[in-house]
Write a protein that binds this ligand. Structure first.
Ligand code: UTP
Length: 309
């Protein structure tokens, strides 16, 4: 792929998915089970993330795992005994469901030995990624684009094709939520796309009065390979962790970084309420569960004295 001046523009082929965090906000479930494997009805969160990457055109995925995360590798592996049992009992259609995504891309794993933060997890991808721009998808975040829109990561990749540089997805959050996320300060500079702005700086989990905007980083990124040098140069900060936001901030002081304000729902599964919302929204949308779940919610609200909106 080349730009208007004929320069080669590297294609985004690889993705890194950090899934090694301790998930303390979701204890006790995460004591023995990765939060990235929590199911939304019958599909683990991480499978949604991998499917989004594959549907966006990613061919190679590196998952950052760690202690207690073996279920992740098993999930994307073949399971010959299970497949033989499904075949023997005439349930072949389920075989596609248990295999599908693991067959459609190459998945690699690396372990993070100590949970030193998202920045540390991303740094572990350096050798695998090499010297090319890559996608980063948080393993505990599900993105639901508006109906009819491309997958979340694909939208970022399209923005990268217009403006080949680091691009982070952002979405507007209520003012009292800014202290949960990395928040961007947009620069006053025009770009080729209406919903794309250059980033002046980023602040990790600011106090509500100190946030430069209410645009929160949404868990999907296209990163230039120079991010790895920036990760080498930062120090532990908020929460005693190596923050990816600090490294992107450093990158933004040396080269262009853009933010794509998209219209998509973001579910941070590490947060219990967002997990519950994600589960309910999917249950209300899936043809095999929608009617029964809607009826149940209406009945439950009626018997608790509330009426549904
Ligand atoms: P979170 O910021 O939600 O951190 O990670 P966490 O440690 O998992 O959760 P809490 O705050 O203790 O509840 C965002 C993503 O980055 C990964 C997580 O697995 C999650 O998918 N992560 C985080 C790592 O891979 N390594 C880390 O050291 C931290």
């Amino acid at each position: 792929m080349s730009d208007e001046a004929g320069r080669q523009r590297p294609r985004i082929r690889k993705a890194v998915i950090p899934a090694a965090g301790l998930g303390t906000r979701f204890l006790p479930a995460t004591k023995s089970m990765p939060k990235e494997m929590l199911p939304i009805i019958d599909k683990p969160v991480l499978q949604f993330v991998v499917e989004e990457a594959v549907a966006s055109g990613i061919e190679d995925i590196l998952i950052i795992t760690g202690r207690g995360k073996r279920a992740i590798e098993n999930h994307f592996d073949f399971h010959p005994q299970l497949e033989a049992m499904l075949r023997a009992t005439g349930r072949e259609e389920l075989i596609d469901q248990v295999r599908d995504v693991g067959d459609r891309c190459r998945i690699f794993y690396i372990r993070q030995r100590r949970q030193l933060g998202l920045g540390d997890a991303v740094a572990l991808g350096r050798e695998h990624v090499g010297d090319e721009p890559f996608a980063l998808l948080l393993g505990d975040t599900i993105i639901d684009p508006q109906t009819g829109s491309p997958p979340g990561l694909r939208q970022l990749m399209d923005a990268y094709e217009q403006q080949p540089a680091t691009v982070v997805a952002v979405h507007a959050v209520p003012d009292d939520w800014v202290s949960r996320y990395g928040i961007i300060e947009p620069a006053r500079e025009s770009t080729p796309m209406q919903n794309l702005s250059r980033v002046a700086r980023l602040v990790e989990k600011p106090e509500p009065g100190e946030a430069p905007s209410n645009l929160a980083i949404a868990g999907r990124y296209i990163l230039a390979p120079q991010i790895f040098e920036c990760l080498d140069r930062i120090h532990v900060s908020v929460g005693g962790e190596l923050q990816l936001t600090d490294a992107i901030n450093l990158l933004a002081s040396e080269q262009a970084v853009y933010a794509l304000a998209w219209n998509a729902k973001r579910y941070d599964i590490g947060n219990r309420i967002e997990y519950a919302k994600c589960f309910i929204d999917h249950a209300l949308r899936r043809p095999d569960t929608a009617d029964a779940v809607r009826a149940h919610i209406q009945q439950a609200l009626a018997s608790s004295g509330d009426s549904p909106a």
